[in-house]
Design a protein around this ligand. Structure first.
Ligand SMILES: Nc1nc2c(c(=O)[nH]1)N(C=O)[C@@H](CNc1ccc(C(=O)N[C@@H](CCC(=O)O)C(=O)O)cc1)CN2
Ligand SMILES: Nc1nc2c(ncn2[C@@H]2O[C@H](COP(=O)(O)OP(=O)(O)OP(=O)(O)O)[C@@H](O)[C@H]2O)c(=O)[nH]1
Length: 459
């Protein structure tokens, strides 16, 4: 891709998270990045240093030392943005950071917009649009799988697949357009049967990609999971137990304290997102009719159900009947018998007939590993080979793939009806346009704004 994008302004932003830290990084990008930094830096002359070198010195505001810093130099085009880039590593105080940024603004830099570094990297050809989007996914990835998929997309896996499809279509578009040049002579360079086969192949690849979004969405946003059961079955106890275990695991690792997400649990690299269980808890009040209706509604929004019951309160036959009633859609469901600490061996045996039943004690935390195992197996990612399969995780890509698919339908119809080359070519170009939107061969300012303003400042 050739992009001739030049901006005259030099942007600056804090690249690290706000708050006190050991070090904070301030990043500049643009033609004057090195000169602007040089004008406030006391140390070596930065303008005469090689790319990818680091220099110690001080940042001074009219002689007053603001901080001792390290400055990293990236000389265009050898940088993330392909422009001159300077990174100033200062001490991690918001006050120092603000003072230095203020100084750089006075010297001619301007504050970067959200995602502007990555936008410049894209516009200057460092990577394509799908790869740029993956940078944001990578930053927000919070499980082994979401990390893996984002990393693969950032490194161009998905883009290559789209580009291969596009290249095949371009070839055929050019054959058909060649025919048009011959006008009246009625030649067919593009064999219609071959064209039909090609379109069919491309459509089947697109169908696979669209299908992968079901999973891609789960990987990125978590498996929407709901815990249902009668009042006092132990739903809150179970959820708290699962959440607390997760919390304990996370905080066991020194230095990884992070905001605790109230209702997400990560198991074997898969994120389970518990949907509106608070609402569900309400449904267990006296107003049975409304309760049931709400429960059914919650069920339809989830892709995994945990049906929890108090084993001391019911018979196996009752549970089986309830399961049949609750889940006519046959969503993945794990039946869980709770309070086994209160049940006799004979009682436990009586439930052997229930398919895949997991028996736990939420209060005592007994057998939770078996439950986790059952949940992970239900999601069935085990079957998936994330290494070799391309997974779509982005709704914008889904939209473009759908548009491509329907344009290809039109191509097929056109061929079937013996439509003239120019009409078929127009539909092929429409398909190419939609595919090109994914990797950014085709862009509009609106599209780019839409994508990059969702990034954080400094990225
Ligand atoms: N300090 C720091 N860490 C960071 C980044 C950064 O910008 N700064 N990144 C930003 O997100 C990521 C790394 N991405 C980067 C990608 C390319 C280049 C770069 O300098 N590329 C040059 C030279 C390549 C080479 O020497 O082989 C180039 O592409 O020409 C730098 C960072 C993550 N860590
Ligand atoms: N013996 C025993 N008691 C449990 C177990 N799990 C939960 N309980 C108790 O059962 C009672 C109800 O538990 P909750 O977690 O509040 O049940 P719930 O399903 O959320 O109840 P609602 O909020 O009314 O829907 C509490 O007194 C718990 O301590 C268990 O494994 N064994």
């Amino acid at each position: 891709m050739t992009n001739h994008f030049h901006t005259n302004d030099t942007i600056v932003a804090v690249a690290t998270a706000p708050g006190v830290g050991a070090i904070a990084v301030i990043r500049l990008s643009g033609p004057e990045a090195i000169n602007i930094t040089n004008s406030v830096f006391k140390g070596k002359d930065l303008a005469s240093q090689a790319s990818h070198t680091i220099h110690f010195g001080t940042i001074r505001d009219e002689g007053k030392v603001l901080d001792e810093v390290l400055v990293s130099l990236f000389v265009a085009p050898h940088s993330y943005t392909k422009e001159n880039v300077v990174e100033i590593s200062c001490h991690g105080s918001d006050f120092i950071v603000q003072q230095i940024v203020k100084l750089l603004l006075q010297k001619g830099a301007r504050l970067a917009n959200a995602g502007e570094f990555t936008k410049r990297a894209f516009l200057n050809g460092q990577f394509d649009l799908a790869q740029a989007e993956a940078v944001a996914d990578l930053i927000s990835s919070d499980s082994a799988l979401s990390h893996e998929v984002a990393m693969k997309q950032m490194r161009g896996g998905f883009s290559q697949e789209i580009k291969r499809l596009r290249a095949e279509l371009v070839h055929f578009a050019s054959m058909i357009e060649l025919e048009l040049d011959f006008g009246e002579e009625d030649v067919e360079f593009a064999d219609r049967d071959q064209l039909r086969t090609l379109i069919g192949n491309i459509q089947s690849i697109i169908r696979e990609l669209l299908k992968s979004f079901e999973l891609g969405n789960v990987i990125k946003n978590g498996v929407p999971t709901v815990i249902v059961g009668k009042p006092n079955a132990g739903k809150s106890t179970l959820l708290n137990k699962l959440l607390n275990e997760e919390k304990a695991i996370v905080s066991d690792v020194p230095g990884t304290t992070r905001d605790f997400i109230e209702d997400e649990i990560n198991m074997e690299g898969i994120t389970f997102r518990f949907i509106d269980t608070a609402g569900l808890r309400e449904t267990t009040d006296k107003v049975e009719a409304i309760g049931v209706e709400r429960t059914m509604q919650k069920l339809s929004q989830s892709s995994l159900i945990i049906y929890l019951f108090d084993i001391t309160e019911v018979t196996a036959a009752e549970v089986q009947a309830e399961l049949d009633r609750l889940n006519p859609q046959k969503l993945p469901l794990v039946a869980v018998a709770n309070k086994i600490d209160q049940a006799s061996a004979a009682k436990l045996d009586a439930f052997a007939s229930i398919d895949g039943l997991v028996q736990i004690s939420a209060a005592e935390g007994a057998n939770l590993d078996a439950l986790k195992q059952a949940l992970v197996e239900k999601v069935n990612l085990g079957k998936l080979n994330t290494q070799s399969q391309t997974i779509v995780t982005n709704l914008r890509h889904v939209d473009s793939l759908n548009k491509t698919y329907s344009a290809l339908d039109d191509v097929l119809n056109g061929i079937g009806l013996g439509m003239s080359g120019d009409l078929v070519a127009a539909d092929i170009r429409r398909a190419l346009y939609s595919l090109g939107e994914i990797t950014g061969e085709i862009t509009t300012d609106d599209l780019l704004d839409n994508i990059f303003t969702k990034f954080c400042i400094g990225k």
